[in-house]
Write a protein that binds this ligand. Structure first.
Ligand code: AMP
Ligand code: MG
Length: 349
């Protein structure tokens, strides 16, 4: 299959191209599209065959459910059993935007799309190209991140092409994703509502709207013995090809420890990498050094993390050490993804 890559710089000017992409979805094909979080691999959410194709193209286990993307609030009632007041409140506050809600599904949504579950994940993205594409596609686009399973989520069309060229009909190239990390997922089918994946919409923001909101402990620790509630959370995700280890502790101890390990790696003829902040990146000796930006700027780290992980792959790095970027709010989402990329390999110094 030849994958068409179509640049879209303006949703209105590119209406003909978006309508062509929409036709691909309606005919049961697949098209990747930009959203403000990461690129999505879209198919018709109401067509079981399309969802099967998504799993196949990604190489993703079919028990890992897809997020259904909508463009208008009026589209919601048809795909859920009912719209609880909590969903209305969150939609009013955070949609369109980087928040996915888990709700009881209606019969319209095939089990292929929900990985066999009776619940459905729904999001209304804010990216103008995404919204126009969803409308052109008939209003319900199932889309996981547009990467091959296990690879970092793609934040630009070029990365989608690296993973999926020849496996899907089209890639809409809308430039760099503005946020760079996947949506927050909140489960509204449980009481109190529970965060299944942290993101830009933080626990604090959700609590302001809903009161009590639980944060799933499995998000931050690899070894709680609990089964994660979002099926996708049990798979190793976002991983670079090299070994990635996160080091926690006082700044000076971290630098000393990592530099020792990097030197040892070089002696073993390994190509080494370091992930640090602007303030400390100059203190390390590694073959490939990447800064996530200023330590206090969690949004910059979120935006750059997946690009950095892919760049280590491009550079053939075998051994990567990372500083830890703990903090409140968006830092929690950054650390969640970094720890998953590291397969929860953490050293406390
Ligand atoms: P991705 O589309 O790659 O961002 O992954 C979607 C994430 O949403 C996965 O981690 C899924 O496990 C999670 N998800 C989707 N639908 C549901 C659902 N019905 N219940 C719980 N988690 C879900
Ligand atoms: Mg994904």
């Amino acid at each position: 299959m030849i994958t068409k890559i179509i640049p879209i710089d303006d949703a209105q000017k590119c209406a003909p191209q978006l309508s062509e992409a929409g036709e691909i979805i309606k005919a049961g094909g697949l098209a990747a599209f930009p959203t403000e979080t990461v690129y999505g691999l879209g198919g018709d959410a109401l067509n079981p065959a399309s969802s099967r194709k998504i799993y196949e193209a990604k190489g993703r286990p079919s028990d890992n459910p897809l997020i259904v993307h909508i463009a208008d609030m009026e589209a919601l009632p048809a795909i859920v059993k009912d719209v609880p007041e909590t969903a209305n409140k969150l939609a009013e506050a955070f949609w369109p935007g980087p928040l996915t809600m888990i709700l009881e599904k209606s019969d319209l949504v095939p089990k292929e799309t929900t990985g066999g579950l009776d619940t459905v994940a729904v999001r209304m993205p804010s990216d103008a190209v995404a919204l126009a594409f969803i409308r052109a596609a008939g209003g319900y686009v199932a889309a996981p991140s547009a990467n091959r399973s296990g690879r970092p989520s793609p934040t630009r069309a070029e990365y989608v092409a690296q993973d999926l060229d020849g496996r899907i009909e089209m890639i809409l190239d809308g430039g760099d994703a503005t946020l760079g990390l996947e949506s927050t997922i909140v489960d509204l089918t449980v009481e109190p509502p529970a965060i299944l994946r942290p993101g830009f919409i933080t626990g604090e923001m959700l609590r302001q709207k809903l009161g009590c909101v639980e944060e799933d402990r499995t998000l931050f620790c690899g070894d709680t013995g609990q089964a994660p509630k979002a099926p996708g959370m049990k798979y190793r995700h976002y991983a670079p090809a090299g070994e990635l280890i996160v080091v926690r502790g006082e700044a000076e101890a971290v630098t000393a420890y990592i530099n020792g390990e990097l030197a040892r790696g070089r002696q073993d003829n390994k190509r080494t990498g370091i992930i640090a902040a602007d303030e400390t990146i100059g203190n390390y000796r590694a073959d490939v050094a990447r800064s996530v930006g200023k330590r206090a700027d969690a949004a910059a780290a979120a935006k750059g993390l997946y690009r950095i992980l892919r760049e280590f792959d491009d550079e053939g790095v075998d051994l990567i050490y990372s500083e830890s970027f703990e903090g409140a709010g968006v830092s929690q989402a950054v650390m969640n993804r970094l720890l998953k990329a590291a397969g929860h390999k953490v050293i406390n110094v």
